[in-house]
Design a protein around this ligand. Structure first.
Ligand SMILES: Nc1ncnc2c1ncn2[C@@H]1O[C@H](COP(=O)(O)OP(=O)(O)OP(=O)(O)O)[C@@H](O)[C@H]1O
Ligand SMILES: [Mg+2]
Length: 520
């Protein structure tokens, strides 16, 4: 089959740094191509050039064998290339249909008195029919009249895809589409991708989840440090281990080896009692939640996203007003404290949304690596920042946590997604907290770095810490945690020893089919 898209010697430089280095690459018509690679390998940069968001420094892009130049996403779409971003760009108060049409204007002649004028007016009957047909054709399970704000994340993503299909794109780029999805939605998305292929579309998908790659791709391309390393068929020989090795350049241990150190059940480091919280609409989103975490213990929180885990984290980190309850670190009440007071009391925080709560995008990496700890004696004397020690701290952490930077101390906004996450992990782990609260610690992080983070979480556990691990990644919770609590509807509905419970059993509690609150 012929190539629908081809790039020749495509290079992108940011200053002295080469993010894409003379890339030769092609995608055949109608295939599903996965692109994998370490954080900072250059995947998003390559896709942004194909979508007109970045201009190549040199090289040429061909689409349908024609050389093309894209100065904007509008150019890319006109050429038949669409892209769906991780952060959706939909208008919440408009309906599905309105969002799809947004930006499209059809010049239609209408009569104003005797004059015929051309006005940007949308012929709703025709367009609506086209949207309805697309929804049916691709089996999208969407009601065009629903407002975006009433849709699940998975459904919003389908609207974004639909928006591209409506614009007649022939190739669709999905950059880490599953990072924001819950497991059922991931299944649906993979089904959608197969549906797109059946209808003749070409799809490029970027993901760090090798299991997803195995489930949906025809072919897999690997990038490493700005170069295209190679493309393989997704067959039995392309095992997760082999793919990981291609990405990293050396074998990666993909399984977690738990430590043997016993939980110190004599010593409670973190105690949450009868904690409740209401959201802005007055609904109880965390309802009478109690748990303890001991020294040398990891408590995992399993649950489908949107069941109160986010709000639990807000309550525990001082970002939301509690409706009642108590939280103690080492016996001391800390409820209602601000994050900086919490940190002084020995709390480390890895928040769910790295850009909203974890990083300051316009500040350099060195400042982000001390943010929240900047008042400490080692970084600040009598109110004056100690630049030398801040610099030393950065050099040490960048090396230790393998944070890939494109130049000396760049703004965090210039980091790739996964490297941003590593900045937070490095900061919070190195502050030596006695209690560590983590939400989605490996979201968007590559396999090698994930293994590294797991190893460090287990090391912290063995260094006599108490750790709370909230994750939508069930395998992550199960392989790291000592105990697991399951969240459903803002309540704890189950508690298990991690090694004694099956994925299936956890699933029953997560979905609400079973609950320890049920009468026996
Ligand atoms: N605007 C920019 N200015 C300077 N450097 C940049 C810019 N955008 C990206 N980079 C650098 O280019 C490299 C590649 O980044 P890119 O976002 O393409 O990586 P990626 O493969 O998508 O990684 P991830 O898996 O973490 O998303 C990174 O080292 C990044 O720091
Ligand atoms: Mg990326």
């Amino acid at each position: 089959m012929s190539a629908i898209m081809r790039v020749e010697k495509l290079t992108k430089k940011f200053g002295d740094f080469t993010a894409n280095d003379s890339i030769d690459f092609e995608v055949k018509k109608g295939e599903i191509r996965a692109i994998i690679g370490e954080n900072g390998a250059g995947k998003t940069t390559l896709m942004n050039m194909l979508y007109g968001l970045l201009q190549p420094t040199s090289g040429q892009i061909y689409f349908d064998e024609k050389p093309v130049k894209m100065h904007s996403p509008a150019d890319a779409i006109a050429n038949g290339i669409g892209m769906v971003h991780q952060h959706f760009k939909l208008s919440p108060s408009l309906t599905v249909y309105e969002n799809i049409l947004l930006g499209i204007e059809i010049k239609k002649e209408i009569k104003l008195g005797k004059k015929a004028v051309k006005l940007p007016i949308i012929d709703n009957s025709t367009e609506r029919k086209k949207v309805d047909e697309l929804i049916k054709k691709y089996n999208f399970n969407l009601d065009p009249d629903t407002k975006i704000r009433d849709l699940s994340v998975g459904a919003r993503q389908r609207v974004e895809i639909l928006k591209m299909l409506y614009r007649d794109v022939k190739m669709l780029i999905l950059d880490e589409p599953t990072a924001v999805l819950i497991p059922q939605e991931i299944d649906e998305l993979i089904e959608t991708i197969h549906g797109l292929k059946r209808m003749g579309q070409t799809v490029i998908i970027i993901t760090h989840k090798l299991e997803e790659v195995k489930r949906c791709a025809d072919t897999i391309s690997v990038m490493r440090r700005g170069r295209m390393i190679g493309t393989v068929q997704n067959d039995d020989e392309a095992t997760s281990e082999k793919l990981a090795e291609m990405m990293v350049g050396r074998p990666v241990l993909l399984s977690v080896i738990k430590s043997g150190k016993p939980v110190n059940s004599e010593k409670v480091l973190y105690e949450v009692s009868h904690l409740s919280g209401k959201n802005s609409e007055g609904r109880m989103v965390v309802n009478d939640v109690s748990f303890k975490i001991h020294e040398n213990e990891i408590l995992g929180v399993a649950g489908i996203e949107g069941n109160g885990q986010t709000e639990l984290m807000y309550l525990l980190t001082g970002l939301m007003k509690p409706a009642g309850g108590s939280v103690k670190i080492n016996g001391q009440e800390v409820l209602q404290m601000y994050p900086d007071q919490l940190r002084k009391n020995g709390l480390g925080i890895v928040p769910e949304d790295r850009y909203l709560q974890g990083l300051c995008l316009s500040m350099p990496v060195s400042s982000n690596l001390i943010a929240g700890y900047h008042g400490q004696e080692k970084f600040c004397h009598h109110g004056i920042m100690d630049k030398k020690s801040i610099r030393k701290n950065m050099d040490k952490l960048v090396d230790e946590y393998d944070i890939r930077l494109s130049k000396d101390d760049p703004e965090v906004s210039q980091l790739s997604g996964g490297n941003g996450q590593k900045v937070i992990i490095a900061r919070e782990f190195s502050s030596d907290p006695s209690v560590l609260l983590m939400s989605q610690p490996t979201r968007g992080v590559d396999v090698g770095a994930t293994a590294f983070i797991y190893k460090n979480i287990l090391r912290m556990r063995d260094e006599n810490k108490a750790i709370l691990l909230i994750s939508s990644e069930l395998s992550e919770v199960k392989s790291l945690a000592d105990r697991i609590i399951v969240f459903h509807n803002g309540e704890i509905v189950g508690e298990f020893i991690a090694d004694e419970v099956s994925f299936y059993e956890l699933g029953l509690y997560m979905s609400g089919a079973k609950s320890m609150r049920d009468p026996a």
